[in-house]
Design a protein around this ligand. Structure first.
Ligand code: 13P
Ligand code: SF4
Length: 338
């Protein structure tokens, strides 16, 4: 076990610079000793993003998890993301600093509900967002993330009916983009993105008529954003529906003075780091994912020191789930990460 001369209590919000230095040094030393790669989702708190070896959206991180040479993967994100890493890298040890970091969207469908839906629609193909459990992925034909959902659906024969789960707003976006009528959409939602409401959007947009607008397709306000663009109330050229990785790619080249951002507020850290000329304004500054925020600096250190919480997926479920993830990864669309 590595020890530090500086005490690191759980009140990390009030740590002194010396405590942060000690934390950083120990995390990096342990990661090297354990041959571990630290992955952080774009919604993690800033300090976790800054210490990670890679930061990205869920697609980019799953690709890194599938290809890394490290013996251990420390996943700073939510449980389904760590589970996905374990499925893609079954011989590696995968850890999450707090296994209770779940996802309200993943909770909206279980494997039994999906089996029933499939039984009612025997000719359909199932497209599941990666924000699902391993058991749901095992019942899925092809997974998708917000950065490749449209391409995944386009890869399926247009005559084949599709069951899309679990996010209704992403599903509506995919239907709109592909023009396909034969997609049934599960009525799940993420409580954080659903709370970025049409009203939040309208107010922010009306106060900033010259700004650019980046909207994550899980948001409850996506349809309103597109309607405002279509009706001419807000310039359609300024309206962009993007995954977190897509937002980052666009921010790097952004020349506007202001960008309005409709997604979880952890994203603002990467956007501001990528582009200090532009002001990034959250559409709902209260949109914080409580599950993402369960991954704290002391928990990351504890994870590395004491090898917990380890993530396991039973081999039968993992083998089936891997098929739907591999099918997604083989579709060569970009996922934003560094
Ligand atoms: P991304 O696929 O854009 O990383 O989003 C994941 C997520 O959980 C959104 O809430
Ligand atoms: Fe799940 Fe929503 Fe949190 Fe993303 S923001 S991890 S979809 S609860």
């Amino acid at each position: 076990m590595t020890s530090t001369a500086v005490a690191l209590d759980n009140n990390w919000e009030t740590w002194s610079p010396a405590q942060w230095d000690a934390w950083q040094a120990e995390v990096l030393t342990l990661a090297e000793q354990n041959n571990a790669v630290i992955l952080a989702h774009n919604y993690q708190i800033a300090q976790i993003q800054d210490i990670a070896h890679h930061v990205g959206d869920s697609l980019a991180l799953s690709r890194i998890a599938a290809s890394t040479d490290a013996e251990q993967i420390i996943f700073c994100g939510v449980h389904f993301m760590a589970e996905t890493a374990k499925i893609l890298s079954p011989t590696k040890r995968v850890f999450i600093p707090d296994a209770k970091a779940g996802c309200s969207l993943a909770n909206t469908i279980d494997a039994e509900q999906l089996r029933q839906w499939k039984a009612d629609n025997p000719n359909a193909k199932v497209v599941s967002y990666v924000n699902t459990t391993a058991a749901v992925k095992a019942e899925t034909d092809i997974c998708c993330t917000s950065s490749n959902a449209v391409d995944v659906v386009r890869s399926i024969d247009p005559e084949t009916p599709i069951l899309f789960c679990p996010d209704q707003f992403l599903g509506a976006h995919v239907r709109r983009e592909t023009g396909r009528e034969n997609i049934q959409v599960w009525l799940g939602e993420c409580h954080v993105h659903a709370d970025i409401s049409p009203q939040d959007l309208t107010t922010t947009v009306r106060n900033n008529p010259e700004a650019q607008l980046y909207v994550h397709p899980e948001c409850g306000c996506t349809t309103s954003a597109l309607w405002m663009a279509e009706s001419g109330e807000f310039p359609s050229d300024n309206t962009h529906v993007l995954s977190t990785g897509g937002m980052l790619d666009m921010a790097k080249q952004e020349s506007a003075d202001k960008v309005l951002v409709a997604t979880e507020v952890g994203m603002l850290h990467q956007l501001r780091k990528a582009n200090s000329r532009t002001e990034f304004i959250p559409v709902n500054p209260e949109a914080e994912c409580p599950y993402m925020q369960m991954i704290t600096p002391p928990k990351l250190l504890d994870c590395l020191r004491n090898q917990r919480d380890e993530v396991f997926v039973d081999e039968e479920t993992a083998a089936k789930a891997r098929g739907s993830l591999d099918a997604m990864i083989s579709i060569g669309t970009p996922g934003g990460g560094e």
